[in-house]
Ligand binder design. Structure first.
Ligand code: MLT
Length: 302
């Protein structure tokens, strides 16, 4: 009997795939394999018994990869399984940054009990006028599963899409998405684009990549989106750029006390992958990975 520990709740459709060869244990120390979403594994003792950890999501920075490698614990993630959910929220982010949907809704809430609410709206709506994304330049940094889906969707909404990924050649990028104008260096994305969205993993080389220096190369009134990882953005530098009006809007899926309440910051509580479909897809993929490894010794990260 294999013992499975869930450090976060995992969608039932995935858990149901465990046959009667498996039992769920509350005790991480007793588990043969663990499933995790966003909980941190860094502080936990890795037992000799633990053989695998599967992250129901793309990023694995909540898992101590070095310690796992030392102990021979295999770490899985679920690449692409929630990409559509994240893509849809990124597109919402582009629209939230361009149209004052949040301001307008909050204003209606504040006058909703007035019987003349419709007339008041007509009088006040000019305060919430916005711009359109059609024709604007969108720079996508990172052309993995999510970056490419965002490129295709934004292109269909009429945006000019520029993509940069140091690991992908022009030809490969062209095959991934015919909608991307491939850019060879990130500085050109910074200089050219009206909207910039990051879709890279958190590595030493990408940590705080959106910082004072990067922002200084960008156009005035740039819109920056981060739906990838919190530490990709230097929040102090971002706060200064918002206060100075250099960055018009900062749309982030990672609340941070430095920028959360600032004018121009549109902060979402890490909801990119929080859809029924994404949660189901991640759970199914993560459970299949664990079963394949525990039962057959196969390492299949998909
Ligand atoms: C991811 O890395 O794919 C997301 O953080 C998943 C999640 O929201 O749990």
């Amino acid at each position: 009997m294999f013992k499975i520990n869930c450090l976060n709740p995992i969608a039932a459709v995935g858990m149901d795939l465990f046959s009667d060869k498996y039992t769920v244990t509350e005790d991480f120390a007793q588990a043969d394999a663990a499933l995790v979403r966003s909980a941190s594994v860094h502080e936990l003792e890795l037992s000799e018994q633990l053989q695998a950890i599967a992250r129901a999501g793309a990023g694995v920075n909540n898992i101590p990869l070095d310690k796992c490698a030392d102990k021979g614990i295999v770490v899985f993630n679920t690449p692409g399984a929630n990409a559509n959910g994240v893509k849809e929220l990124v597109i919402a982010g582009l629209l939230l940054a361009s149209r004052d949907i949040v301001g307008g809704i909050n204003w209606v809430q504040s006058v909703k009990d007035d019987e003349n609410v419709a007339k008041l709206a007509e009088k006040n709506k000019s305060k919430f006028a916005g711009t359109e994304i059609k024709g604007k330049k969108l720079g996508i940094i990172g052309l993995g599963a999510i970056g490419v889906l965002v490129a295709n969707a934004a292109n269909r909404l009429g945006m000019q899409v520029y993509g940069y990924d140091p690991f992908i050649s022009v030809d490969a990028a062209w095959n991934l998405s015919r909608d991307i104008k491939h850019i060879n260096n990130v500085e050109d994305i910074y200089k050219e684009c009206d909207f910039i969205t990051v879709h890279v993993p958190l590595l030493d080389s990408t940590k705080k990549m959106i910082n004072k220096e990067a922002i200084s190369m960008m156009k005035d009134n740039v819109v920056i989106l981060n739906f990838a990882r919190d530490l990709l953005v230097d929040e102090v530098d971002m706060g200064e750029a918002l206060a100075a009006g250099k960055v018009k809007k900062y749309v982030t899926d990672f609340p941070n006390p430095t920028t959360a309440g600032m004018p121009g910051a549109l902060v979402i509580p890490h909801l990119g992958a929080s859809t029924e479909e994404s949660e189901d897809n991640c759970a199914i993929m993560a459970v299949k990975e664990i079963k394949e490894y525990l039962e057959n010794g196969n390492i299949k990260n998909s």
